[in-house]
Design a protein around this ligand. Structure first.
Ligand code: SF4
Length: 336
């Protein structure tokens, strides 16, 4: 992708535990274009948050990250902690699910935004205050002058999430990673926050990577989506394409499990089986134990390959995957 702002290549993340190393992310490669809203979707524990934390350099010391994470052409894996700190909150920012864990209860919301500005910019406190007030207005906080001195607990959940987004935008980042930013909110507030993110992308051209388990949120906001399962990236497509013609059996199962408006009680579809143990994951495709189409070659990891310009899939059912694995045309039979 020529105008990519973020490029991940062969990213692996492992966590050392007493029982062995958890392979939380395995060989993930993707690109996000400047100005795009890219969704990362999958069940809890599939590695999407770990991938975002690896991008931000926020993983604990027990984690091992390998591969390449390039932001605006600059390699972040192995970057000195001080250089990473300078990038965070400035060129890259992150919004977490629970605003109360991001906001310091001991300081007012306005002070916290102003502090983010003065930490990265050589500005006077008065200028930082003015900018914080403008940001509060930007994210739809009514009467910013009056609310500036409020402690976080005086705001509703939706308002607190707006403050967290204002803080993330304080230094006009080129890239914002938003991890389940609406999960803790009711549907009305969720819709307002999604409108806000859409509006901010429009006005500021901020690139957004949205992490969620909710395909409805993906449908409302994103341009493209990457589907993760058990630490592997299994499909990437435009949002329209993923809903129109999902190709990977896991994506198909996820969409089939979505409740419909006229769902009969007790008829909700589930994906049979369990996510594999990532301390000792199966060789090859990690969806194999739950996949109705599993075959012999699924013990080999299927490479993510282009079925079309905008649609990539990692599954041995795909001719594109087979061609990528056997470029000389030596594909073994059985593709559907
Ligand atoms: Fe199923 Fe094999 Fe495709 Fe994995 S690679 S989704 S096990 S058919």
């Amino acid at each position: 992708m020529s105008d990519a702002i973020l490029t991940l290549e062969h990213v692996d993340v492992g966590f050392a535990t007493d029982d062995g190393t958890v392979s939380a992310v395995s060989d993930v490669s993707l690109s996000v274009a400047s100005g795009e809203i890219f969704g990362l979707v999958g069940e809890s524990g599939c590695g999407k948050t770990t991938l975002a934390m690896a991008t931000m350099g926020l993983l604990p010391a027990s984690a091992t990250v390998s591969g390449s994470v390039r932001f605006q052409g600059r390699e972040l894996v192995g970057l000195a902690p001080e250089d990473l700190r300078r990038l965070r909150g400035d060129r890259i920012s992150m919004v977490f699910q629970d605003p109360m864990t991001s906001l310091d209860p001991a300081f007012s919301i306005g002070e916290q935004i102003a502090e983010t500005i003065t930490a990265h910019r050589n500005v006077q406190r008065g200028q930082a205050r003015d900018r914080a007030l403008a940001l509060l207005a930007d994210v739809g906080i009514p009467e910013p002058e009056r609310r500036y001195g409020d402690a976080p607990h005086r705001l509703s959940g939706g308002m607190r999430q707006r403050v967290v987004i204002a803080t993330a935008l304080a230094n006009e980042p080129a890239l914002m990673l938003a991890d389940e930013p609406t999960t803790a909110l009711d549907v009305t507030i969720q819709s307002q926050i999604l409108d806000l993110l859409r509006d901010l992308r429009q006005r500021l051209r901020t690139t957004i990577v949205l992490i969620t388990h909710d395909l409805g949120v993906i449908a409302q906001l994103c341009d493209r989506v990457g589907v993760m399962y058990a630490g592997q990236l299994v499909e990437i497509a435009t949002v329209a394409e993923i809903f129109r013609a999902p190709r990977h059996p896991y994506t198909q199962a996820l969409l089939a499990a979505l409740p419909t408006q006229h769902q009969e009680p007790g008829s909700l579809r589930v994906i049979p089986g369990r996510v594999p143990n990532l301390i000792d994951p199966p060789p090859g495709c990690r969806f194999a134990s739950r996949c109705p189409y599993v075959m012999d070659e699924c013990t080999i990891v299927p490479p993510l390959a282009h079925e079309s310009a905008d649609h990539l899939i990692a599954c041995w059912l795909s001719e594109a995957t087979r061609a990528a694995a056997h470029p000389a045309g030596a594909a073994t039979g059985g593709a559907a």
